[in-house]
Design a protein around this ligand. Structure first.
Ligand SMILES: [Zn+2]
Length: 353
């Protein structure tokens, strides 16, 4: 890590004020209250409204000493298992007696998706739980849950990491998003967080909505509210690989070192692959998908990614790469519905930001 970047980070860190709540002795989210040096568990209760109510598990790890308030959120997509298991690991292993500041963990936002093994959406209202932020107090379950997460977690934290991965039908290579807010000081801090997290492919995420009332994504909601934020993705197709879980756990610990929450120096990834745009390939027809490339392959524009056939074996769509880049994820299963994602290709930035 060049000295100039360290300096920029130190300056940016000193400029961003910690929340007033970070200085108080106890901290409460939902039914969980932790005193200094304690760990507490509980639920954010989402009351019934136009549809059923639900509960979102919450864990507070309140460090013995004051410091930053870091929010860790996973399981908005309840079958992106590696990210959920990574937060369960952190719940078990973070030691509040050795920590400064507070970590608030929401390990499983979308409990219905997890229990019913439904990818992408909350089966109660068929909405993605990462598309309806900042939420609505009188909306459907996903919107009410998003509203409470915004109020109880996003608005009160200093930093946020959102955890995802390849869903049941996605074969994904790990990567992170550096979420650009437009505030240079804040963005210098979130860039350091992405480098400290250590995943070696980083998407420069600049194109998300700037309207505070329609921020859609959790990371963008936090970023537009002044919180340095990254999103991290590892794991794929229902698997819980040791390497993926370890990357997410170690990355989180490295960011905590960067934020001076646990002892030790962060480990920064050197010369990551920066990605500055994404091309999404979708299927215009329903049928059977036969892939021809794997996740993490580099493809030239025009390269065939796979075929979609009808149920009699006739090819009805040849999926080709619209751009040159890296296969960040590709469909992992034969089931293909019209409009479904076939692959996401990351275009490599011409130079490092
Ligand atoms: Zn996800």
């Amino acid at each position: 890590m060049p000295r100039s970047l360290h300096l920029a980070f130190a300056i940016a860190l000193s400029v961003l004020p910690l929340s007033a709540e970070a200085q108080q002795s106890s901290f409460t989210v939902g039914t969980a209250t932790a005193e200094r040096g304690q760990k507490a568990t509980g639920f954010i209760e989402v009351p019934a409204g136009v549809d059923a109510g639900t509960q979102i598990p919450v864990v507070i790890v309140r460090g013995a000493k004051p410091g930053a308030l870091l929010a860790l959120v996973s399981g908005a997509h309840g079958t992106e298992y590696a990210s959920i298991i990574a937060l369960e690991d952190l719940i078990a292993t973070l030691d509040p007696t050795q920590m400064s500041g507070t970590v608030v963990l929401l390990p499983l936002v979308n409990i219905q998706s997890f229990e019913q093994k439904v990818p992408h959406v909350n089966p109660v209202d068929n909405k993605s739980m990462n598309r309806f932020y900042p939420g609505k107090e009188d909306g459907t379950q996903t919107e009410r849950a998003s509203y409470l997460i915004t109020k109880q977690v996003v608005d009160r934290c200093d930093y946020l990491i959102d955890f995802h991965g390849g869903d049941l039908d996605e074969s994904l290579r790990p990567y992170s998003y550096w979420v650009i807010s437009g505030n240079k000081k804040q963005d210098a801090v979130s860039k350091e967080m992405a480098l400290a997290f250590g995943l070696d492919h980083i998407i420069i995420s600049e194109d998300r909505p700037k309207d505070l009332n329609a921020t859609k994504y959790l990371d963008n909601t936090a970023a537009m509210r002044g919180k340095p934020t990254i999103t991290v993705e590892a794991g794929y197709a229902g698997t819980v690989e040791t390497d993926d879980v370890a990357a997410l756990v170690q990355g989180t610990r490295s960011v905590m070192r960067l934020l001076k929450m646990i002892p030790g120096a962060p480990h920064f990834i050197e010369h990551p692959v920066w990605i500055n745009s994404l091309a999404e390939v979708t299927s215009p027809e329903s049928g059977i998908f036969y892939p021809l490339v794997k996740r993490d392959s580099y493809v030239e524009a025009g390269r065939k990614l796979g075929d979609v056939t009808d149920y009699f074996g006739k090819v009805i769509f040849e999926a080709r790469a619209p751009v040159s880049g890296i296969i960040l994820h590709i469909d992992a299963v034969p089931s293909m519905k019209k409009g479904d994602n076939i692959a996401n290709i990351g275009v490599i930035a011409p130079k490092a930001p």
